[in-house]
Design a protein around this ligand. Structure first.
Ligand code: ADP
Length: 195
């Protein structure tokens, strides 16, 4: 199998990955997959659904092997039902890989063309965005400040090293505090130039 031509949307919780990913996914020949959405779509009565609730409600990551197993089977479903056509579609991923080990487990499937790092050094701004989202989207993991802080600490400890894994050549850092349309413009310009 050829590896999927892929663009990663990377950043801390609240940096706007989902908003950008969803918007890019509406462009023809792009297919968007948000790992958090994959988890949230699981029936919470199943073992996997229960595991997800347990980890995410504490601000922790779901274990890598379990995450990859689920993600790979979900992407295979989308290829089978032709919503993702790897021969012509680029894959837009947000929320995965989230650890260096996940990135290693994805080497055989992803041909990563660019990593868009939505950078937001202003932590209070991220916390405010997450709290707002908790109210709007009914996200349990955003509801409490302690969980939010834990998720941001998890990002620093476990996810940020993924940037070093891909290396500076592949990374395009974007100021995530700009209005969404500006962030989107920078992403689209970069992709269009590389195509
Ligand atoms: P956010 O971008 O705000 O962190 P997500 O919707 O991407 O939110 O993820 C919500 C939760 O789902 C995470 O806190 C984590 O528990 C779980 N999760 C999502 N993606 C992954 C992943 N790649 N590996 C492990 N856990 C994940």
């Amino acid at each position: 199998m050829d590896r999927y031509r892929t663009y990663l949307i990377f950043g801390a919780p609240g940096s706007g990955k989902g908003t950008q990913g969803k918007t890019l996914g509406t462009i023809p020949r792009f297919f968007h997959c948000a790992c958090g959405d994959v988890f949230r779509s699981i029936d919470t009565r199943t073992e996997l659904g229960k595991a997800f609730l347990e980890y995410s409600s504490k601000g922790q990551l779901v274990p890598d092997e379990l995450t990859l197993q689920l993600w790979k089977s979900r992407i295979a479903d989308r290829v089978r039902d032709h919503s993702f056509k790897p021969e012509i579609d680029a894959l837009i991923l947000d929320g995965i890989p989230r650890t260096v080990y996940q990135a290693e487990l994805m080497i055989d499937v992803l041909d990563v063309r660019k990593v868009f790092h939505l950078e937001c050094p202003d932590r209070p701004a991220l916390v405010a965005r997450l709290k707002k989202r908790a109210l709007k989207d009914n996200r349990l993991d955003d509801a409490n400040e302690e969980v939010i802080r834990h998720r941001l600490a998890t990002y620093d400890a476990e996810s940020r090293p993924v940037l070093e894994f891909y290396g500076s050549e592949l990374i395009r850092t974007i100021d995530a505090t700009q209005p969404p349309v500006k962030v989107l413009g920078e992403i689209i310009d970069t992709i269009a130039q590389g195509e």
